[in-house]
Design a protein. Structure first.
Ligand SMILES: Nc1nc2c(ncn2[C@@H]2O[C@H](COP(=O)(O)OP(=O)(O)O)[C@@H](O)[C@H]2O)c(=O)[nH]1
Ligand SMILES: [Mg+2]
Ligand SMILES: [Zn+2]
Ligand SMILES: [Zn+2]
Lengths: 272, 126
């Protein structure tokens, strides 16, 4: 029924639907599905055609665009036989320190490139560049994580050589980066033993989506009450397949195991 | 605060959908599907929504969220169980090895548009 003149107009494509589950409403304006919304309110004698409703079944992942860009990055890495690693952690766990030592100790054998993600400043990029490794700093501003398009842009600048290793140091944040695939081969979560053993339970998404956990600042173990077994047990509850390497970027202990792991990843075929 | 990124992604998708229509359309409703393990705080989304959609095609739109309960299959005993967290154990055998079957959804299910017929627009502007 036409709300303007009361006639029964046809040609209205009216689609109403009842969402399954219990929907929650967000936003101030509430539009009742199935109730006609009036078009231009002309004089009642004019029969203005009514607006019709259309339901478009999108059925698309919200992060579809990021996921597709990430797949593009992944294809780029595969084509050039590049191993890319996404390093995630809370601020201050030692991501940059681990990278600095890795580049210093392995830079002659392997060609490395680094993408540094921080909300602000180029300090980490400067630390990396000081050792002579090509690096691009990405500042995310208010953004609390890197996204695939940022990595894509950075890669265009870096132009990493075939057979190299690309480290992506994500923004220090254990929540948001877990949702954004960058196209990396592996996600590496770093936790230092000055943080709580229960971090994996508090930030399960990150430990769930990582393949390797680097336990850093092991040199401080004698001074702390840190239960290494508890940390691993909690992390395995979230992700039974997670691997662990204990190390110290400061003293260098355990770094060999990390290099071995890196080499194994490089020589294995790309996971699907 | 990745919920803001999430809203921006939704706006982009809806804008692209609106651009594909040849009529003048208004977006009335967006239906999202968000699993309990999707890593999205719906309260946060709700809080950020009004400001984030200002001046976009979603400014007037209602956002409805359908929650999906998380369920997993135990890889040790094959039991099917509901879980609240990734670290929940199988209630039957206590194993942490599981395959999450539902609850990780983060989808735009549908968009409801109000289509203005071309001549109605013409009438209105006359
Ligand atoms: N004692 C100790 N300190 C470390 C270690 N690794 C990093 N740090 C210190 O932790 C602080 C943060 O390190 P940084 O690499 O900037 O962390 P990022 O924010 O994860 O990149 C710095 O003061 C480092 O010197 C370590 O293995 N042992
Ligand atoms: Mg850093
Ligand atoms: Zn965030
Ligand atoms: Zn079981």
């Amino acid at each position: 029924m036409c709300a303007t003149c009361g006639c029964s107009g046809d040609g209205h494509k009216l689609t109403t639907f009842v969402p399954t589950g219990k929907p929650r409403n967000i936003g101030a304006l509430q539009v009742d599905a199935g109730v006609m919304v009036q078009a231009a309110a002309g004089p009642p004698t004019i029969h203005a055609p009514e607006p019709s409703k259309t339901l478009i079944e999108v059925e698309r992942d919200v992060l579809d665009k990021n996921n597709r860009l990430a797949e593009r990055n992944r294809g780029y890495f595969e084509a050039r036989n590049i191993a890319a690693f996404n390093l995630v952690s809370s601020p201050g766990s030692g991501k940059t320190s681990i990278l600095e030592r890795t580049l210093l100790e392995r830079g002659t054998q392997t060609k490395f490139y680094v993408i540094e993600g921080d909300q602000q400043s180029a300090r980490d990029a400067e630390r990396i560049a000081a050792g002579g490794t090509p690096v691009v700093q990405v500042n995310t501003g208010k953004g609390c994580h890197l996204e695939a398009n940022m990595v894509h842009e950075a890669l265009r600048q870096l132009d990493p050589a075939p057979g190299s290793v690309v480290f992506i140091e994500n923004v220090g944040n254990l929540v948001c980066p877990s949702m954004f695939d960058l196209g990396e081969r592996n996600r590496v979560v770093v936790i230092s033993i000055t943080e709580g053993e229960d971090k994996p339970l508090k930030y399960p998404d990150m430990f769930r989506s990582s393949q390797l956990c680097l336990i850093n600042k092991m040199d401080l173990l004698p001074y702390l009450k840190f239960d290494l077994d508890a940390l691993k047990a909690f992390a395995r509850q979230v992700n039974p397949e997670l691997e662990f390497i204990e190390l110290s970027a400061t003293t260098g202990q355990g770094m060999e195991n990390w290099y071995t792991w890196l080499n194994n990843q490089k020589t294995q075929p790309h996971p699907n | 605060m990745h919920e803001l990124s999430i809203i921006h992604s939704i706006i982009e998708t809806v804008e692209a959908t609106v651009a594909e229509q040849d009529a003048v359309v208004e977006v009335e409703r967006v239906l999202l599907q968000i699993g309990d393990l999707a890593g999205v705080e719906v309260e946060n989304l709700e809080f950020l929504w009004p400001a984030a959609v200002q001046g976009t095609v979603l400014q007037q739109a209602e956002c409805a969220v359908e929650r999906v309960e998380a369920r997993a299959v135990c890889l040790d005993c094959n039991g099917n169980f509901a879980l609240k967290n990734y670290f929940d154990a199988c209630p039957v055998c206590g194993s942490f090895w599981k395959e999450v079957k539902t609850g990780e959804e983060l989808k735009i299910k549908s968009i409801e548009l109000c289509v203005q017929p071309a001549d109605a627009v013409a009438t209105a502007t006359n």
